[in-house]
Design a protein around this ligand. Structure first.
Ligand SMILES: [Zn+2]
Ligand SMILES: [Zn+2]
Length: 374
């Protein structure tokens, strides 16, 4: 079928900046374990930007290519082995996983042994792609096995979460990655005990997801740290009890607010504040590393600071948890007014994709979401 998709023609290179433009492509129908989805909306996320800026040397992404990995839409057709969804179902596309490996079978599909290939190879594991240019040349179209900067796409059935009745599915796409990353870091990994404190570095989509999740727990002190006062205002609206504009005094300020050190912290920036996020912890504190720093960034920690105080660092991919079921519970919390992700989102017409990418980059908008033409 004929579809409209945003093509990343080039990544950043010494010859010039990245290029993204919309064009008509041909899309094949679904294979046995795949689903054809009419995409209605898709977020713009830090990982899209890492690819555009060619900041992933471990995963050199192919060009030209269709990106987008926070898609939501309506199932149009299903492959012959699909049993979980049917045409007409409204769905969010979560992280892809193989369903067979030891982590998939142990309830940790985010950490699927094929996960990196499924997210960043740009093709199916067998090297194929369902997208073609009108001249018949294949075009990489399996980013996170969804490439949903497109009016239609193909996804694996097992990566889909069904959207509950009464929930606007166009708001739910960002649950597929950034927002559930923050929420899962708190709800699935840190699991704050009642009466504790948590400091969240970064009040973007990941950090605000963590703050909305923290206010669902027994944590009593929820501190948001960011450079932008308007994001901190939003953080307070979403459950932060204290906000701090990032400065040289941040570490001392968090220690003061938490009586010597936080029980938990979340690093949710794209500026690699791991050193700060670990420094604010008190004895036996736990830091969830969930941000979108460049994959090649390193962290410079003192051995004594970790050992002496029994501090722990937990890396968290995509929020961990039992994907894609975690997306369903977040949607049910949203339906009850307890996880108001609509406050993070601004919609853009698909045609304005380059503006949406720029606004995501500058941080002007917490979560730009593209609306596809019907
Ligand atoms: Zn697996
Ligand atoms: Zn993402």
């Amino acid at each position: 079928m004929r579809v409209q998709a945003a093509i990343m023609e080039k990544k950043d290179s010494p010859e010039g900046p990245y290029q993204v433009g919309i064009e008509d492509l041909e899309l094949e129908g679904p294979r046995a374990d795949e689903v054809l989805i009419r995409v209605t909306s898709c977020g713009v996320c830090g990982t899209d930007r890492h690819v555009l800026h060619d900041e992933m040397p471990m995963n050199p992404y192919p060009t030209p290519s269709v990106l987008g990995h926070e898609g939501a839409g309506i199932v149009e057709a299903v492959g012959e082995d699909c049993t979980l969804v049917e045409p007409g179902d409204r769905v969010v596309m979560g992280f892809p996983f193989c369903g067979q490996c030891v982590h998939c079978r142990s309830g940790r599909p985010i950490y699927c042994l094929e996960g990196e290939q499924l997210r960043y190879k740009g093709y199916r594991l067998d090297g194929s792609t369902p997208f073609q240019r009108l001249d018949g040349s294949p075009i990489s179209g399996r980013f996170f096995q969804q490439s949903s900067w497109s009016t239609h796409t193909i996804a694996l059935e097992r990566q889909l979460a069904k959207v509950p009745e009464g929930v606007d599915h166009d708001l739910m796409g960002p649950l597929g990655c950034s927002i559930s990353t923050g929420a899962g870091t708190v709800l699935e990994e840190l699991q704050p005990r009642p009466g504790t404190s948590i400091a969240v570095f970064g009040a973007g989509a990941v950090g605000l997801g963590a703050i909305m999740a923290a206010q669902l727990t027994g944590a009593v002190t929820i501190i948001a740290v960011d450079t932008e006062p308007n994001r901190l205002e939003l953080a307070r609206e979403l459950g932060a009890t204290h906000t701090l504009v990032s400065s040289d005094d941040t570490i001392d300020a968090v220690r003061d607010l938490t009586g010597g050190g936080a029980d938990y912290s979340v690093e949710a920036t794209n500026r690699n504040l791991m050193v700060e996020a670990v420094a604010v912890l008190g004895v036996h504190g736990v830091c969830g590393a969930a941000g979108a720093s460049r994959p090649t960034d390193k962290m410079d920690l003192y051995h004594q600071d970790i050992v002496e105080y029994g501090k722990r660092i937990v890396g968290v991919l995509g929020g961990g948890g039992p994907a894609p079921l975690n997306l369903e519970y977040l949607m049910n919390l949203h339906a009850r007014g307890r996880f108001p992700i609509d406050k993070l989102i601004r919609f853009y017409d698909f045609a304005d994709i380059n503006q949406a990418i720029q606004d995501s980059e500058s941080g002007q908008v917490v979560k730009p979401v593209l609306r596809m033409p019907a």
